[in-house]
Structures are given as structure tokens and as C-alpha cells.
Design a protein around this ligand. Structure first.
Ligand SMILES: [Zn+2]
Length: 318
């Protein structure tokens, strides 16, 4: 997983806060116990002093002495724990507290990044893209087919039936989602539920622990134009996430630079077999060609399952 350094340092900050909080809790516990049973504190001093003696014996290579001290320490420790239990505390009440036992909140185990730190980095990445363009929180459950007409139109299409099929496709897509799932192109006029269904897929994938990035096309390209020096960070995250959703393609203002970025995203994710969901109000291929040129259009159309949404804008009914 490629990560940018900013997200790693934010994730490390979280772990540092965790360590501080846990050690503060431990200090609080010690005070609570020692005030009530001073003997336990005295035992603690004894154990610490034995620890120092143990180190000296080890350094002096006096194995017998070291073993003797070790046994004494274990005995005292046991006595201390018994006394804790007698006074109504858990036996491990004064042990160091770790949120992650795996790495003891250090973030690394044997030089490898621990799951807890990885999850934090993922969270930071999602936060950073959410800040770029907030993804609407939608689910399949709040998607209703009733807003789509059940009457067959003059072309012989029944919007509710078409949308029912699309809904099933999207549910299955989310259910069987993997890092090498095919990309999807959702086409249709405004207000037919493209954002809703793409974000419902995102919701399911996030629950499964995939890294999902959402951006509305307009705000993504605005941000990229405004932060050209930082664009590689954004691009890096987009290229490496598990699912990338680019919403409302066609609403953005594309400079030559923006167009090369868009090509880069589509092409790299296609070569890596990484799934994307693109939505657009542009329905006709000709219009796509005019706006994006042949290179982008052919990659987009060639790498995606295309879903054409049907019906009339359902938003006024919501
Ligand atoms: Zn950990």
C-alpha cells in the first residue's frame, strides 16, 4: 500500500495520543490503588529495586544470582496481584495498558507496520479526501424504485424495470467487490440516482474495510488546479485506493493540465486493473469525444460496464 508521508505522520500522532492517554490512565490507577493499599506501592518499589539488581547480576554474568532474583521478583509480583484482587481490583490493574497488544501501540512489529497503524493511515486518507469533496452518505436501503415510473415509454422502456436491474447490478457489485473488479460507467441525466447508487456501493465497500475515495469531478479538478504543487499527493491516493468514485464527470472545467491528470487517473487505474465508478450526465459518445478526446473516451468506454439510467429527475419527489 503506497501511503503519503502526511497521512503517516497524522496516524503516528494518533498512536502517540493513545500512548499518552493509556499512561495517564495507568498513573490514575496507581494513585487510586496506592491510596487505598500503601503496601502494594511498597511492593512496587521492591520489585523495581530487584529489577535493578537483576540487571546488575546479568551484566556480571552471574547466572545463579540472576535466576534467584528473578524468582523472587515473580513471587513478589504474584503477591502484589493477589493483594490487588483481595482489594477488589483486577489482577492486571497495574500492568501497562495497550490499545493494540500486537505492537504495544508502537505501530510496528518486527520492523513491519502493524494493522492498527495501517488502519489509522487508511482513516487519515479517507479524511483527507472527504475534505476534498464530501461524499453523500447513502445506502441501498434508502434507494426506492417507487420514484421511477412503471409506465413503458414511447421507446418501449420501462424506467422502473431498468432501474430495478441497475439496482441489482450495483448490489451484486458491492457484494462481490474485490480490488480487481471491473469499472463501471453510470450514465444518465441529473437526478436519476447515479450519485446515490455509487455512494451506496462505497458504503458497503467501506464496511468491508476497503479504501474508497470519492470526489465530485468539479471539486476535484478545482482543487488540483489550485494546488498544483500538491497534486501528486492527491493523485497518489486516487491511484492507490481500492475503489475510486469520480462523480458527475462533465461538470468540471478542464484545462489542458486537468485533462492530462484525468487521463493519467483513468489510464493508470485501467492498467492496474483497479476498479473505478464514473458517473456522468453526458449520455452521447459524440459529446464525450468532443469534451475529452479519443484517448480518454476510448479508455473510459472500453474498461467499464456501462449502466444507462432511466426515468425522469426523481429529486422533486423526494
Ligand atoms: Zn498495533
Amino acid at each position: 500500500m503506497a501511503v503519503n508521508t502526511e497521512n503517516i505522520s497524522l496516524a503516528n500522532d494518533t498512536l502517540a495520543r493513545r500512548r499518552q492517554r493509556n499512561s495517564a490512565t495507568l498513573i490514575h490507577r496507581q494513585k487510586e490503588v496506592f491510596d487505598l493499599v500503601p503496601q502494594i506501592e511498597e511492593m512496587g518499589y521492591e520489585i523495581t529495586s530487584l529489577g535493578a539488581k537483576y540487571t546488575m547480576a546479568t551484566l556480571a554474568k552471574n547466572a545463579d544470582k540472576a535466576a534467584e532474583i528473578k524468582a523472587e521478583m515473580a513471587m513478589l509480583k504474584q503477591k502484589q496481584q493477589d493483594m490487588l484482587v483481595e482489594n477488589g481490583f483486577a489482577a492486571d490493574y497495574l500492568e501497562p495498558i495497550y490499545t493494540c497488544r500486537e505492537c504495544e501501540d508502537k505501530g510496528f512489529v518486527n520492523g513491519r507496520i502493524c494493522t492498527c497503524l495501517r488502519q489509522e493511515i487508511i482513516k487519515q486518507r479517507q479524511n483527507s479526501l472527504t475534505a476534498l469533496s464530501p461524499a453523500p452518505k447513502t445506502t441501498f436501503d434508502d434507494f426506492s424504485l417507487e420514484y421511477y415510473s412503471d409506465k413503458t415509454d414511447e421507446y418501449g422502456d420501462n424506467p422502473r424495470e431498468i432501474m430495478g436491474n441497475i439496482l441489482n447490478y450495483c448490489k451484486k457489485y458491492a457484494e462481490k467487490f474485490s480490488r480487481s473488479r471491473k469499472s463501471v460507467l453510470m450514465l444518465g441525466s441529473s437526478g436519476l440516482g447515479k450519485t446515490h447508487l455509487s455512494c451506496a456501493i462505497a458504503d458497503e465497500c467501506l464496511k468491508k474495510g476497503f479504501v474508497v475515495m470519492y470526489a465530485s469531478s468539479q471539486s476535484l479538478f478545482e482543487q488540483i488546479e489550485q494546488n498544483k504543487h500538491n497534486a501528486h499527493h492527491i493523485l497518489n491516493d486516487i491511484i492507490n485506493c481500492d475503489l475510486f468514485i469520480l462523480d458527475d464527470l462533465g461538470t468540471e472545467y478542464l484545462t489542458f493540465y486537468g485533462q492530462s491528470i484525468l487521463y493519467n487517473i483513468i489510464n493508470t487505474r485501467m492498467i492496474n486493473n483497479s476498479p473505478c465508478i464514473y458517473t456522468s450526465n453526458i449520455i452521447h459518445e459524440k459529446e464525450f469525444l468532443r469534451k475529452y478526446g479519443e484517448k480518454i473516451t476510448s479508455r473510459l468506454m472500453g474498461s467499464c460496464d456501462t449502466l444507462v439510467f432511466a426515468g425522469k429527475d426523481i429529486r422533486p419527489q423526494l
